[in-house]
Design a protein around this ligand. Structure first.
Ligand SMILES: Nc1nc2c(c(=O)[nH]1)N[C@H]1C(S)=C(S)[C@@H](COP(=O)(O)O)O[C@H]1N2
Ligand SMILES: [Mo]
Length: 306
């Protein structure tokens, strides 16, 4: 198991992000981490009560990241998703980027790979109370948005997953208003931590993780990180997400991680880190408060956290 300090996850993301991915997979990744010249920092992360927790984040295994998935288009059984999604056709793949932009454009996935592949090691915290640490490959969403030039009316970004019930049998389940839709406010979308991921552990994404392109917003609950994106649209009004429409009022637009704000049916104070026994405290903004708290004036407003 690769041992990393939480200080290597972020606040050192700027440092990590500058380092380009090297071929050769995990060993190169570890070599890169050790040899990157990123100075060690005090890795203590703030908790909701103002205390701190020891820095002991460790990369989750590739087996767990690719074998324990939420992807309702394929299965509601996390351990059945990988097999059910195995044959998803991810090439050719196009992503339409439009709405309130000066330069709408349809990208082939190969065009998007040219925006670069950086490595970002992030915690992923599912609203259900489990978490992982994932070494993503990807590029800042901001790099794509800058190319299409949002206009003044482009206040939110709306994302859509592929709609293809022949390939995605879960989309025949009428309990959900398919396709999966997610959204961000423009400043969240432009934030340095927000990426479009194309790979993990040095390899292209597998279908179960949202191949060929998925969003990653590490300070929000995992359901915001929409998979297998085919459309990105700049819109004026807050988009209605799949979970806002179908989640019985339990899952809102903002979904920022906060251990002090319980879900309607369970506490969010702790989480089960996949691969570990016991539970660990959940961190405000999933440990990224220093980078993102400024986005949310009046931090005590509860609606920021569901
Ligand atoms: N299209 C789509 N995207 C999705 C989901 C989904 O069911 N469909 N599940 C979300 C949830 S709840 C989580 S926790 C993460 C899980 O990502 P992972 O399987 O790569 O760990 O994907 C998110 N993105
Ligand atoms: Mo989730």
């Amino acid at each position: 198991m690769v041992k990393i300090r939480s200080s290597d996850i972020t606040p050192q993301h700027m440092c990590l992000s500058r380092r380009q991915f090297m071929a050769g997979g995990v060993s190169a990744l570890v070599g890169g981490l050790l040899g990157s010249g990123c100075a060690a920092q005090d890795g203590r992360l703030p908790t909701a009560d103002g205390g701190s927790v020891p820095p002991d984040d460790t990369l989750t295994s590739l087996e767990a990241i690719t074998g324990y998935n939420n992807y309702y288009e394929f299965s509601l059984d996390k351990e059945a998703v990988a097999r059910a999604a195995r044959d998803l056709r991810t090439s050719p793949w196009t992503v339409e980027v439009g709405g309130h932009v000066a330069r709408p454009r349809t990208y082939g996935i190969e065009d998007l790979l040219k925006l670069g592949q950086e490595e970002r090691i992030y915690r992923l915290r599912c609203v259900e109370g489990w978490s992982m640490v994932i070494p993503w490959l990807g590029f800042p969403l901001a790099a794509l948005l800058k190319q299409v030039e949002p206009t003044a009316q482009g206040k939110y970004v709306r994302f859509e997953t592929l709609y293809d019930p022949d390939q995605m049998p879960g989309q025949r389940n009428p309990a959900f208003p398919w396709p999966y839709v997610e959204g961000l406010r423009l400043d969240e979308a432009m934030h340095e931590l927000t990426i479009l991921a194309t790979g993990l552990y040095g390899e292209p994404l597998l279908p179960q993780n949202g191949a060929p392109l998925r969003l990653v917003v590490p300070w929000k609950y995992g359901f915001k990180s929409i998979k297998s994106i085919v459309r990105i649209e700049l819109v004026e009004e807050m988009p209605v997400t799949l979970w806002m429409a179908a989640g019985n009022g339990e899952y809102g637009f903002w979904a920022n991680v906060n251990p002090a704000v319980p879900h309607r049916r369970w506490s969010q104070a702790t989480e089960r880190r996949i691969g570990e026994s016991g539970r660990r405290p959940t961190l405000l903004f999933n440990g990224y408060a220093e980078e993102v708290a400024h986005l949310y004036p009046d931090l005590d407003r509860r609606e920021w956290y569901y």
